[in-house]
Design a protein around this ligand. Structure first.
Ligand code: ADP
Ligand code: ZN
Ligand code: ZN
Length: 838
């Protein structure tokens, strides 16, 4: 019986597509296979989500009238289907729960497409062949005819279709091809070609080389300007030899130049002398030299840690679905519990996934897990180069790596026989993807574990309200670690009332006199300080003193942030940049002033206050690469810096033994915003950053500057009283029908034309009215808090319901309604369980 398959393609449509499986591919096309298929007049890659024997029902009645022509699968990309049955099921759940198009979901789940590239080719038709002989007969060809002739003849001579990209080299070739295509003398087709893997040059020291004596150079002479070229070359050669023969072994060319500090010319010359040899290799991972001399911690567990591990062991022993929340204060040693949990899973022949909230933390976690489990560990995150990510992904798929450390999307890592998923810092907002598919990594982890009979361990010092409430309701078990390891104390937290500080000093400085004095003490005694600030840039508001106008982004309703070093005003939402405003955009007054301190300005103020201190800054402007990040953190960890200023990047994970003071500058900004999670976020951030102090032998102190010193989120964070905070916050959530007591969704309507956005939201408002009866309340339409973003006008509805099923039906109804009213799919964003309402 003929076979057909349903393929999810990355097109912005909410359907899958049916293809026939040609005879040659029977048994090769499997559920989960990546396939290349013809789509319109192109080739696309998709994933098979289902195979049916015989025509699917919908096609049967129609094809009998010859309306639908089912096309055939062209290629199967991989020898092994990319996704197993469980992952296909998980993908379907994500698609349905978050109302995301299947193409978006499966694109997120699959490895990057490095093996295939699409190419357009031109073929000559019989009309083309006639045209060719016609042109050949003409004596005096016009310029156009000359090009057409050359083009057709090229195809004729080569005897095979011509790749479109080659036309670029033929002047006028593209226009000629367009004419020939229009007249039916050529036809175009898109085909898929295997891509060559990117290669890199590897250089090695040639031990067999004629050992021309390396001249011994006198250091004193070398230091002088008068050093001869040959001596300088010998020194370079010696560095190259040392790096390649003694320190590292063969290296990629680029890395060699960096580490030996020599130029390409030196390498070329040594190659000519046969002292070096080189060859090509597929480009792979940038080797991690940081692993080299790293010994993983292996502590004797304390009683609380033992208890948590015993619980995990019991779940794995049973081999059933279970969820636990490990609520352990900062510095209670959660990592040790994770490591042991993973070992328990591996010992039972199962696999494990460890999720961390940021790419930067995969460095730290990857290193620890590699130190314990070696080659069995794969690291997966979106910032890896495609080739490397693909390689790691397939290592996991083939079962060579059985522990995956990664960010959000690693929840889809293709391990089989999954035993344990760890979600570190489970409360972090970065687990939610803010583009389609808008899934939550933690919640998807729980669903995956349920499908595969695995255990999930959520870990945090400040659990999300949702997860903690689930432990009360008996859905998750609660594991506690209430004390820090080795009897260390939590740091003392003091709130600095910034209103009082201003009254006393009459200076609107971000650094209070209290914080300044405390930092002075640390500098005197050689201890370190961390300073957290919530904003990047120099100043986030440029205002006119004459008329009060501020400098806004052209595309978004948000003010531009001034970056002093780059001398630019930048929109942190869409990336728009402009020159620094000297004049008011509205009244042309020259009295512009910059308010609202960011990290860049704070660093500058600190340098002025403490000119002798060694200060570093860590935020997305100072670190763009893994190396920069490691350089700054390494400098701080090894005591080469006294003060480290940074955004929330510094609040997590790291263990700095000599930090005895943490200052928090304007971390309460969020409390002034209309966001029901503002208290929770503020509490979490303050507690986490306070946890950075006093992790070594020395006790720590934390100073939190605030304009809302009596706010309970600040007060509870100062006492590090999670329970107290939870009780107060949960009362508010219950009263206001917010999660975890109601299911929430955000429906956003957007368009470049404001009339469209208004008309469509009015229509939707009517759709929502009758839903009130089924228990779904829609608040709106209201202008979204960011009423314009990237040039689009935005209105939103907030949907609330005590019943999740009712909410889901309402959202599915939105899609049907829009289809019926011809509201374009791209105008609607559905966000289920939104974390931010912006
Ligand atoms: P958390 O993630 O809970 O904040 P970590 O896992 O980072 O804490 O552990 C904090 C520090 O305590 C680490 O340096 C770790 O090596 C150390 N540590 C963990 N468990 C123990 C223990 N049982 N005895 C001594 N030190 C420990
Ligand atoms: Zn003005
Ligand atoms: Zn913008």
């Amino acid at each position: 019986m003929p076979q057909y398959c349903e393929v999810a393609l990355t097109v912005p449509l909410r359907t899958t597509f049916t293809y026939a499986v040609p005879e040659a591919l029977l048994g090769v096309v499997e559920p989960g296979s990546r396939v290349a298929v013809p789509f319109r007049n192109r080739v696309m890659v998709g994933v098979v989500v289902e195979i049916t024997d015989g025509l699917p029902a919908f096609a049967k009645d129609e094809s009998s009238h010859g309306k639908i022509k089912i096309r055939e699968v062209a290629h199967v990309l991989d020898a092994l289907p990319a996704l197993n049955a469980k992952l296909i099921e998980l993908g379907r759940w994500v698609g349905s729960y978050y109302l995301a198009p299947p193409g978006d979901v499966f694109r997120t789940m699959l490895p990057p497409l490095t093996e295939l590239r699409a190419e357009r080719i031109l073929r000559m038709t019989s009309a083309g062949r006639e045209r060719l002989s016609e042109l050949s007969a003409i004596q005096n060809r016009s310029e156009m005819e000359v090009t057409e002739h050359a083009l057709l003849e090229l195809i004729e001579v080569e005897g095979e279709p011509l790749a479109m990209r080659r036309l670029r080299k033929l002047p006028g070739g593209e226009a000629a091809a367009a004419r020939l295509l229009r007249r039916g003398q050529l036809e175009a087709e898109e085909i898929a070609r295997a891509r060559k893997t990117r290669m890199q040059k590897i250089i090695a020291w040639n031990p067999a080389a004629p050992s021309g004596q390396i001249e011994v150079i006198d250091k004193d002479i070398a230091a002088k300007k008068s050093v001869t070229t040959s001596a300088r070359f010998a020194a370079s050669e010696e560095r190259v030899r040392r790096v390649l023969a003694e320190e590292c072994g063969p290296l990629p060319l680029k890395l060699l130049l960096e580490r030996a500090e020599v130029s390409q010319a030196v390498v070329d010359r040594l190659m000519n002398q046969n002292k070096l040899k080189g060859w090509e290799e597929p480009a792979t991972t940038e080797d991690d030299f940081f692993d080299a001399d790293y010994a993983a911690p292996a502590n004797v567990l304390n009683a609380e840690q033992e208890h948590a591990v015993a619980e995990l062991r019991a779940w794995l022993e049973k081999g059933e679905f279970a969820v636990g929340l490990l609520h352990g204060v900062t510095g209670s040693g959660k990592t040790e519990v994770y490591l042991r949990g993973v070992r328990e899973a591996l010992d039972r022949g199962r696999t494990a996934i460890v999720l961390v909230p940021e790419i930067a933390l995969t460095l730290w976690a990857g290193r620890i897990f590699r130190a314990w489990f070696g080659e069995q560990v794969a690291v997966l995150h979106s910032a890896l180069p495609d080739a490397e990510r693909s390689r790691e992904w397939w290592r996991v798929r083939r079962g060579e790596a059985r522990v995956v450390v990664g960010t959000r999307s690693a929840v889809f890592a293709p391990v089989s026989n999954l035993g344990l998923i760890i979600v570190d810092e489970e409360h972090e907002a970065s687990y939610k993807q803010e583009e389609s598919p808008r899934y939550h990594g933690r919640d998807t982890a729980i669903m995956r574990a349920k499908l595969e009979g695995a255990a999930v361990l959520l870990g945090s010092a400040t659990p999300s309200l949702e997860s903690y409430q689930h432990t009360h309701a008996g859905k998750y078990s609660l594991l506690r670690m209430q004390s820090r390891v080795a009897g260390r104390q939590l740091a003392q937290v003091e709130i600095v009332d910034m209103r009082e500080d201003f009254k006393k000093t009459h200076r609107a400085s971000a650094i209070s006199s209290r914080l300044r004095e405390a930092m002075k003490d640390r500098l005197a005694s050689g201890a370190q300080t961390l300073v957290l600030i919530n904003r990047r840039g120099y100043s986030f508001l440029a205002m006119c003193r004459s008329c009060g106008a501020s400098v806004q982004c052209q595309n978004c309703s948000i003010s531009l942030t001034y970056h002093k070093k780059r001398q630019l005003m930048i929109c942190h939402y869409c990336g728009y940049t402009q020159a620094v405003a000297k004049l008011c955009p509205k009244c042309n007054s020259e009295y512009m002033y910059f308010v609202g301190e960011g990290a860049e300005r704070l660093e500058e103020s600190l340098r002025n206050l403490f000119p002798q201190a060694r200060i570093g800054r860590l935020d997305r402007d100072t670190v763009r690469t893994k190396r920069e990040y490691q350089k700054i953190l390494g400098a701080f960890a090894s005591g080469k810096l006294d003060i480290l200023v940074g955004t929330q990047m510094i609040a997590k994970g790291h263990d700095f033994e000599r930090v005895t003071l943490v200052g928090v500058v304007s971390a309460d900004l969020r409390l002034g915003m209309p966001d029901f999670r503002a208290s929770e976020r503020t509490f979490q951030l303050l507690t986490q950053v306070a946890g950075r102090a006093g992790r070594g032998e020395l006790a720590g102190e934390v100073l939190v500057e605030s304009f809302y010193p009596e706010h309970f989120a600040i007060q509870d964070a100062a006492r590090q009283d999670f329970e107290g905070f939870f009780e107060r916050e949960v009362r508010f959530r219950r009263l206001m029908h917010y999660p975890p007591f109601a299911a929430l969704a955000n429906v956003l309507v957007r368009d470049r034309k404001v009339e469209n956005a208004i008309r469509w939201s009015r229509q939707l408002a009517e759709y929502f009215v009758p839903l009130e009866k089924s228990g779904v309340r829609a608040l709106g339409p209201a202008a979204a808090p960011l009423a314009r973003l990237k040039g689009e006008h935005r209105f939103q509805f907030l949907l609330k319901s005590p019943r999740r099923a009712a909410l889901h039906d309402a959202l599915a109804g939105v899609l049907d309604f829009c289809a019926k009213k011809q509201i374009p799919d791209s105008a609607i964003i559905l966000d289920v369980d939104p974390l931010s309402l912006f």
